[in-house]
Design a protein around this ligand. Structure first.
Ligand SMILES: [Zn+2]
Length: 157
């Protein structure tokens, strides 16, 4: 999936989560967008990879693409890390929701993700698409509509 789809996925997921949580929606939203970008630190050409080239190179060399940073293990480690260093619970929750949305969207691609890293099992959804395809544009459109729908109620647009 492209960065644009991931950002929209993070927006839709964090606003959906805001409906059922007591956290401040605006903070969840900021976290959701950030979290949606974090897993692609393993891609040097991604938005976050270009901002942090050295860290990105290190992670892709150590783990490869769509492995460690797209796994349940990574989500767990980030949860522990946030509890230790991030005083804002809403922001931490938003980032986690954004990262989960990213991983789920990548599971909808043919390449899938190594969700169970360090196990080398590729996990993908029964229906998949390829990055930049027509179906991805449809997914992007659907996520945009969902974002507006959830945002409408939360922010009284
Ligand atoms: Zn990814």
């Amino acid at each position: 999936m492209t960065g644009k789809t991931h950002i929209t996925g993070g927006i839709a997921a964090s606003l959906a989560f805001a409906q059922v949580s007591h956290y401040e929606p605006a903070i969840l939203l900021i976290g959701g967008v950030a979290g949606a970008l974090i897993p692609d630190i393993c891609h040097g050409s991604s938005k976050i990879g270009r901002s942090l080239p050295i860290l990105s190179k290190l992670i892709s060399t150590l783990f490869g693409h769509r492995t460690f940073t797209h796994s349940l293990l990574f989500l767990l480690l980030m949860t522990v890390l946030f509890q230790a260093v991030l005083p804002n619970e809403a922001l931490a929750a938003g980032i986690l929701v954004g990262m989960i949305s990213h991983i789920v969207l990548d599971m909808a691609t043919k390449r899938g993700v190594k969700l169970l890293f360090p196990l080398r099992v590729t996990v993908r959804l029964p229906l998949t698409t390829s990055t930049g395809s027509f179906v991805e544009h449809l997914v992007f459109a659907a996520l945009s509509v969902l974002s507006v729908y959830f945002g409408y109620g939360l922010f009284n647009l």
